[in-house]
Write a protein that binds this ligand. Structure first.
Ligand code: ZN
Length: 132
């Protein structure tokens, strides 16, 4: 099990972690298998989508902000971040990607991103590689 430390700089932000995950896969020496990327946190998640046009990341953040506004939920009485919990639940905490010939099987436009909804803060992302 390996981990990646990521620092977000905004409350809602998508951060590309593709190269960090690819490095872990390549250092593992595993040629065929699966790679699981997991965020052990309640207010962020993992997304695979396009980052070539960074506006897609901003569009995803805008959609979630529009659908899940801040400050109108029961949990806000505890620590005022219910929207971050709900957004993280919608996105989900992990993604699993096949590995073939020592590389992640990714589409031309796909990137792995940490989706932080309660930044700025430091997040630890867990990467597990299983040989098949
Ligand atoms: Zn909370």
């Amino acid at each position: 099990m390996e981990s990646i430390t990521v620092k977000s700089s905004k409350r809602n932000e998508l951060i590309d972690i593709n190269h960090e995950v690819e490095d872990i896969v390549s250092k593992s020496g595993i040629k065929e298998g699966i790679c699981n990327i997991y965020a052990p946190h309640a207010t962020c998640g993992i997304i695979i989508n396009e980052n070539y046009d960074p506006n897609i990341c901003l569009d995803i953040v805008d959609l979630l902000k529009e659908y899940v506004p801040q400050g109108k939920w029961r949990h806000d009485r505890i620590d005022n971040n219910a929207d971050a919990h709900i957004k993280a639940a919608i996105v989900g905490p992990s993604e699993t990607i096949p590995i073939s010939k020592g590389r992640l099987v990714m589409g031309r436009w796909q990137s792995i991103m940490l989706a932080d909804f309660d930044g700025p803060r430091e997040r630890k992302i867990v990467v597990n590689i299983i040989k098949s």
